[in-house]
Design a protein around this ligand. Sequence first.
Ligand code: UGA
Length: 354
Amino acid sequence: MFICVGTPPKENGEADLSYVEDVSHAIADVMDSYKLIVEKSTVPVKTGDKVSRTIRAYNKRNVDFDVVSNPEFLREGSAVNDFMHPDRVVVGCESEMARQLMEKLYSPLKAPILFTDIKSAEIIKHASNSFLATKVSFINAISRICELAGADVGKVAEGMGMDRRIGRQFLDAGIGYGGFCFPKDAEAFIRISEKLGYDFKLLKATQEINLEQKRHFVRKVEKALWVVKGKTLAVLGLAFKPNTDDMRFAPSIYIITELQKEGAIINAYDPEAMEKAKQIFKGINYCSGPYEAAKGADAMLILTEWPEFRELDLKKIKSLMRHALVIDGRNVYDPEIMGQEGFTYLSMGRKEVV
Ligand code: UGA
């Protein structure tokens, strides 16, 4: 039996485990023979103990069971491929029977399986997401230094990434990470560490840099426009990343809300996320495509790097806009080409083209 219920954040950032408890109780109620209970949900370390305790308490027929931690590493937008070709499968288990069943279950994937104790497996999930989030914040911090020094963060990432110990993935500077995993898992891991008695300063800084990057982008817009009030902004991309309609913790939420407060008129387009965005933003004009959004705009903001934005007819975009100003939060375009096309082009951690 797999436990795959949500563990949404509570007000204080801790994971809400009530669904995990409910389902543990429900499993105990129906168990009539040995059961292997696999914890898939992202949970704080020591949740396995609590699941075992709950099941034992409601296990009326006194049936044997094992609890296993088997964290999930799928990404939105590539979940099936990630499932079929995992870098690793992590299994935290503490009995030979559980180990053998899990080994058999995953054998068709022919992926490396790491067996650990339950608590280590639980920590691997939070540690992995927090490390990736830290990698993103690290390159965003470097992007700020590049802006101040007149260097190019794309080149810096390339040079760092060629070192196999570092790797190029998750070194794309931008407006920070969003989605329902990194922000909530980092926050939860900070709380988990605190409860255990460790002040996870590095992860706190990761989260702070992530917020600061969005503030920095808003300041870029303010500086470029001089006065935001009454200006029309074409916003391309609303989802937290391409190939999803997911708006949860999307950087666009903070950025658009701040600019609306200052009186900007927002013409937005996203290939997938507009329906979900309608439940979040008030007073935005939703457009049928990038060209409609660009009409009469004082600036174009790129907030998600959808592949179709790389293919835009830049001459057409320029002719539609009131001012040829592009502020690119995802470094989609080549600054040199934007300069040749006659745009003022501001991006993240790269030279301004004015
Ligand atoms: C993430 C992890 O990558 C998965 O391994 C994990 O299973 C999942 O969380 C989860 O816990 O369920 P996901 O949230 O789908 O997956 O998205 P990612 O592709 O990891 O991107 C997260 C955020 O980081 C996005 O906002 C993306 O724009 C940002 N990012 C990523 C950057 O800003 N720069 C990068 O170089 C990479």
